[in-house]
Design a protein around this ligand. Sequence first.
Ligand code: HEC
Length: 163
Amino acid sequence: MRRALLVALLSFAACGALAGGSQDMVLGRMVAARPDAPSVAQTTHARSHYVLHCAGCHGVAGAGAPEKYVPGLQQLGLFLQVAGGREFVISVPGVMGSGLDDRQVAEVANWLLATMAKDSVPAGHRPYTTAEVTQARAKPLVDVAAERARLVERARAAGITIQ
Ligand code: HEC
């Protein structure tokens, strides 16, 4: 009964809008097509996972929030140049505990490295695979800060500065 009333009201309002003839009303089909719209071209599945599961802490552009101890992700590729760094990137709690499955974690990591972190990625880098994430999940990182410090030190010894 209530639904019937609602439908009646809505149809009445719609008729009113059409009959009332608001001349400058823009209908969907009157909007010029924009095949080059950047938001359409750049939105990928991995990007939406990043925005929903990571950007709240790391920022949409991956700048991080140093005052809250959230590292930026734009130099992430530097870890790939150090032994143990490749596993570290996909093993941190924010990644493993994100609710994304192994394939999605691989996709997001690959997307990060191909976009915001691309300038830091070493030549010859191979994208992450789902199997690799499954393997990493079986060996959770116990002390993230200690492991990071080890990697930063290892990088420093090789002349690479990870901030
Ligand atoms: C609740 C906040 C939060 C969320 C959500 C989060 N992270 Fe993090 N992330 C952190 C913090 C804090 C650290 C620092 C290490 C630690 O304490 O775990 C970190 C560390 C990292 C690191 C290591 C970088 C470094 O320089 O040490 C990577 C890579 C990373 N996060 C990626 C991600 C990705 C990808 C996602 C989404 C799937 C994600 N994070 C979601 C807070 C978060």
